[in-house]
Ligand binder design. Structure first.
Ligand SMILES: [Fe+2]
Ligand SMILES: [Fe+2]
Length: 335
């Protein structure tokens, strides 16, 4: 993958520093932007995080640890984390109680979430084009499915570590490369006539979808936020099984190649199991070991739910207005 297209002066400067001989930090004024919704900031942050995953062909690998780039990243992260804590505070405050009942509080957050009915829409109403757009949005995460949460493994110990490893073993194929969930999703993209290449669609997904991904990386790349990372995982797994049944139904209704439905079918049963592992064996056991992580677990859960809702709203609002939920792709390949 090559660096994405910049979306404004901030990302333009960040991307220039990634390839500069001597990078400098990029000035960032947190008071001037809505960090959760700003395309320029979110694509800049997404690319900075990508240096810790697969990187870019046009950026040297050791730029992952460039002090100047890390300074820029830290400034955005401070504003991003603050925005996520503010966004989730009402929901977290409403459920937080005894640390010994963390599992119930995570469930209460999930049950109390009033995200828009994206899954129902895809099951019953979406056009082929809209369904493809949904897959494009999701591809940013699912082509590196579970990679962010894998950063949690060396940061945990004992029972929650064992449970996370068990869950991740499924996500990473259960010993079979052809069953890697990211590979299953690549096959679903192919089945829908889309490009399965890692990073192929980063340029066309708008800020809310990048924010969904960036929140995972924020929690993943800071050991301090391991509670939020595991709370995020719990929300992710507990809001997957029923929607996946609906996504699969939508793929069948539209007559997509069976590879599309297969990806979602795989998650109907697997995520019903993962939900229990993530809530009870990971989040509850982690807080039992270290009660200081209690609030962050709930913040991670609520952040996943709220950001998914913002992304779903963006898609549904666009479609209901007769528009595309993607950004125009003005970087045409030169043949
Ligand atoms: Fe999965
Ligand atoms: Fe899962």
């Amino acid at each position: 993958m090559r660096l994405p297209r910049p979306r404004g002066p901030f990302s333009e400067h960040v991307f220039a520093q990634m390839v500069a001989r001597e990078p400098t930090a990029t000035p960032f004024d947190a008071t001037a932007v809505d960090v959760l919704a700003d395309d320029d900031v979110q694509i800049g942050l997404w690319a900075l995080y990508e240096l810790s995953y697969r990187g870019f062909e046009d950026v040297e690998d050791d730029r992952e640890w460039s002090p100047a780039l890390l300074t820029t990243r830290a400034e955005i992260e401070e504003a991003f984390e603050r925005a996520l804590r503010e966004l989730t505070a009402p929901a977290v405050d409403a459920v937080i109680g005894e640390p010994a009942r963390t599992a119930e509080q995570v469930v209460a957050l999930v049950d109390g979430d009033d995200g828009p009915p994206l899954a129902q829409y895809l099951q019953r109403k979406a056009s082929e084009e809209q369904y493809r757009e949904f897959l494009v949005h999701r591809s940013v995460y699912h082509l590196k499915e579970s990679d962010p949460h894998a950063f949690g493994i060396p940061r945990l110990d004992g029972a929650p570590k064992v449970a996370l490893a068990e869950l991740q073993y499924d996500e990473f194929g259960g010993g079979r490369p052809d069953r890697l969930h990211s590979t299953l999703f690549a096959r679903a993209l192919e089945g829908a006539g889309l490009d399965p290449t890692y990073g192929a669609y980063v340029d066309v997904v708008p800020a809310p979808t990048l924010a969904v991904n960036n929140a995972m990386s924020l929690f993943a790349l800071h050991r301090r936020l391991r509670g939020a990372l595991m709370g995020h995982l719990a929300a992710f797994e507990s809001t997957s099984s029923l929607p996946c049944r609906r996504y699969s139904g939508g793929a069948a209704r539209l007559g997509f190649d069976e590879r599309v439905g297969e990806y979602f079918d795989e998650h109907v049963e697997a995520d019903a199991v993962h939900e229990q592992l993530a809530i009870r064996s990971i989040c509850q056991r982690l807080v039992d070991q270290d009660p200081s992580l209690h609030r962050d677990v709930l913040v991670g859960t609520a952040a996943c739910l709220r950001l998914d809702a913002l992304s779903a709203h963006q898609m549904l609002d666009a479609w209901e207005g007769g528009a595309s939920a993607l950004l125009p792709d003005d970087r045409q390949e030169v043949a």
